[in-house]
Design a protein around this ligand. Sequence first.
Ligand code: IFM
Length: 731
Amino acid sequence: MINWRIEEIGFDPEQITTNGNKFLVGNGYLGIRGTLQEYEKTEFPAINLAGIYDQVGDAWREPLNAPNGLYTYVTFNDKQFCLPMDMPADHSISLNYRHGIFTRDTSWYCDGGAITVNAERFASMDEKHLIVMKYSFQSEIDGELQIHTGIDGEVWDINGPHYDEMLLSVENNIAKAIGITHESKDQVIVCESIHTNFTYVEQIITEGRKLIRCLNISAKAGKTYQLYKYISVYTSKDGMDFDLQACNLVSNSKYLGYLEVRNKHIAVWEEKWSVSEVFIEGDDASMEALNYSTYHLHCIAPRHADSLSIAARGLSGQTYKGAVFWDTEMFMLDFFLFTEPAVAKTLLKYRIDTLEGAKKKAKHYGYEGAFYAWESQEGGYDACSDYNVTDVFTGRQMRTYFKDKQIHISAAVVYGIMRYVDYTGNYDLLTEGGIEVILECANFYYDLLVKKVHLERYELHDVIGPDEYHERVNNNAYTNRMAKYTIESAIRAIKLLPKLDENVQSKVREQYKLDMLLILYQDVNSNLYIPKPGSETGIIEQFDGYEKLEEVGLEELRGRILHEKEYWGGAYGIASHTKIIKQADVVTMLNLFSGEYSDEVLLKNWEYYEPRTEHGSSLSACMYAMLACKCNMPEKAFPLFLKSATSDLSGHGKQWAGLIYIGGTHPASSGGAYMTAVEGFAGIHHENGKLVARPVLPKNWSRLRCKVYYQGELHQVEITQDQAKISKINN
Ligand code: IFM
């Protein structure tokens, strides 16, 4: 049994940023960092919005944070009580992650008595535009209380300010802030309406970009003063009458009342858990970490959209420019495919709808086909800059080649689409543009192929594999194999074409010379070079020349660090000239294509690369964990599974790349934890159109139970140490 609650008792200012991620609530449209109501810019509060971006000058383009409609603090007998300035007598925060409800309880001493503030809030899962908060005050003595509550338009930004104007008003007792963005003059509107169980004298104050209602009360000892806030968030992208809708939503929600709105929110969460909860008997800590991880995936699932993806740091802020990476298809997708295929479709539709951006990017580099954005924003715009890391020693920006050379991104998109086809049994995505994506990605790789005069084979040169510390290498095994996978998928897609809608068939036939493409693809498929396991060692070289790099232990390499935030890769990075790699690379490839290699090769490569891997990316551990399961080493997989499942609980993830802040939640790691549990330990996969299990449970897990969708039907999976049962659930 787990209690679905995490808490932190006591106030530690050092934890403010980490807690912002750990205690996040969200509903896919917006994410609210786990910060306190009184926090201002300096404490990184954020109501981070999905899929809407802005750029100021040459600074990085990043997603918007909305004006903070939760902003609230108290003064009692003329003294202000706000963290982090006023140290409390008692303090705790908690998150009920079954229902996405954040609470705080804080007491201070004042004039010989204690005053206490309690608050709970949630981002409604039932109504994506709605945030609701209950804020209570109690004191042991009588006194003059002022509750300051309103909207803080002084928004925290990494590369802002994004609002050129902040229009503040109060009409019909609804407070309103409208931010006008810099780049496209989009509008973000926040409305706020309050309800109280007490009477008060109200003053409306505007301080800079803050709109504050000051509620004056002669407070009585022992009485609880309750304030309910209903906050709506819309943007001008939400339709013509977004302003009216924003006002109506707070009025209607206030009319329904806090409990009703809360119950509806909880009911949606319960519905989500009724499919996605994973039960682990014998290990509550793992069960808690795993469901906490998938909680975060639920918080960022774009259920409100038909075509939208998830940023690498979810909705926890502006890190990584709120951009979509390969993380979505390779690490997060399976959770949604298995538990809520409609969301998986939304994620992949985003790639279909950004195909034009990918074609433009390929063209920019002089290539045919589709080269997807490494850091994708709306329209497939690549937000990755040429200088993605700042050198800590010189303060200069370093030329990095992530955008130009991580060509494996296009294959990840194809992988996602084909996985969707296989797991749902649906061709709808192919019909809705998926087939063009696959062909364009195949054409991209085709155009990149290199053939040496004396060799028959095709190669891929000058790339960056998943291990970003080694830039611009030739024949990265992962990249080559994924390019081949793309070609194989294109062949498969062409063969599937007759099964698709006739209009789609003729459109595709008109657009592409399919017979000729088939011949070309078949040639590439047979001749694209995939580095082979060494005949004596069994080791697959990560890229040409990797074997000749300096052999150094991870700890010895750490000993060479001169600055705690220095970047390990690039031209002068301490890892670049060594065999130490950032994250699973060959191991990721072996994990995806394990069936093509002997058990011995899988094991040898796991054992070779693991000690040489820094796991400097939160994407790394789960790939090693899953391959360890395939090598029948659940005990080796287990710590790596826990590392993935606790990356946001522990808050130990990397916070800096050079001088760039990269903190936030780690949805890829959460997705990786899910994959390890369900596909690794439970061994769920499909074979010849059937869902099967090849379990290797860790020794203290006596039973794992979960539900997964396969080809439109929900299945109950039940794994024990000596049995595996998969049965259809009849709805
Ligand atoms: O996509 C990853 C990449 O593989 C490593 N650096 C961080 C990115 C976003 O998570």
